[in-house]
Design a protein around this ligand. Structure first.
Ligand code: SF4
Ligand code: SF4
Length: 280
């Protein structure tokens, strides 16, 4: 097995949802050739419990997933080391506050994941995975082992620009600027101090103000389609309707002759013929 296959197998067995790698950039630690990004999905039930403020369940889940990511990154690093390579783990949730560098870790997990082709940056300043949106947490390690077999093609930024995160932020910390490029300066998207201070002030009773998650919970990207009480879930198989996204699962109401009523991307409900959808 190649090193890439060994990493994939070891991490998939642990429960890591996806891994991908990118050649190291000029901010990478000296001597390292690649960053390896690990994606762990968050519980949809926990995320959906966040309504206007974080929950104790979310704080517990956040800490548990971070601890898991640290362990998974360690397992990947030990595997690399057993095979003669060097590695450097980045803490799953560790701020290194040195002068001029606040609310930042050793290296940005989001930047590593974007460079690896896993997703893009949202107006929420959250990383949006191309399938699961912001409902993920990321781990990163650097290695001197070449990992070209784990590089993915760059994907389109999944952020729709809907501004739901901007409107929902209780700290008015998000700028709402239209910045589809992933490497835009953080301050153009968010006031990190406003976000952090709001959490510390408002949510002391929930994990001493370490989490919020409101902008994550409202983001439509990666939200599982909700089955309506009187309907079904249908997957769009039409590639050329401007109001539908091919492959996306929509909640639908069945009409006569197999037609279904679906709320399209413009927010309006239309009736569509059966050949545009298949049951999800
Ligand atoms: S985590 Fe909370 S306070 Fe911070 S940007 Fe998101 S919604 Fe606003
Ligand atoms: S809520 Fe809308 S604007 Fe904000 S990150 Fe998600 S898709 Fe982008």
């Amino acid at each position: 097995m190649t090193m890439e296959e060994q990493l994939h197998s070891r991490l998939a067995n642990l429960g890591v949802a996806e891994i991908a790698a990118a050649p190291a950039d000029s901010d990478a630690p000296a001597g390292m050739k690649y960053s390896l990004s690990l994606v762990v999905r968050l519980s949809d039930a926990v995320v959906e419990g966040i309504e206007g403020q974080p929950t104790h369940s979310y704080f517990h889940h956040y800490r548990t997933v971070n601890a898991f990511l640290d362990q998974a990154v360690l397992a990947a690093g030990m595997l690399l080391q057993q095979n003669g390579w060097n590695y450097l783990p980045v803490g799953a949730s560790q701020s290194i506050n040195t002068p001029g560098k606040y609310y930042e870790g050793l290296y940005s997990h989001k930047k590593a994941a974007c460079r690896a082709g896993l997703g893009g940056m949202g107006r929420s300043n959250l990383f949006l995975h191309r399938l699961w949106g912001p409902r993920v947490r990321l781990g990163t390690l650097f290695t001197d082992c070449p990992l070209p077999g784990l590089e993915l093609p760059q994907c389109e930024n999944p952020c729709t620009g809907c501004n739901a995160c901007v409107a929902a932020c209780p700290a008015q910390a998000l700028t709402g600027n239209d910045l589809p490029q992933n490497d835009a300066a953080r301050e153009l998207r968010i006031d990190p101090a406003a976000c952090s201070e709001h959490m510390k002030r408002a949510y002391q009773h929930i994990g001493r103000g370490a989490v919020c998650g409101v902008c994550m919970a409202v983001c439509p990207v990666g939200q599982p389609a909700k089955k309506p009480a009187d309907g079904i879930l249908m997957r769009c198989i039409c590639e050329d309707d401007p109001d539908l996204v091919c492959g996306k699962i929509y909640s639908a109401r069945l009409l006569k002759d197999g037609w279904c009523a679906v709320v399209g991307e413009n927010g309006k409900e239309y009736s569509y013929p059966p050949e545009l959808f298949e049951e999800a």
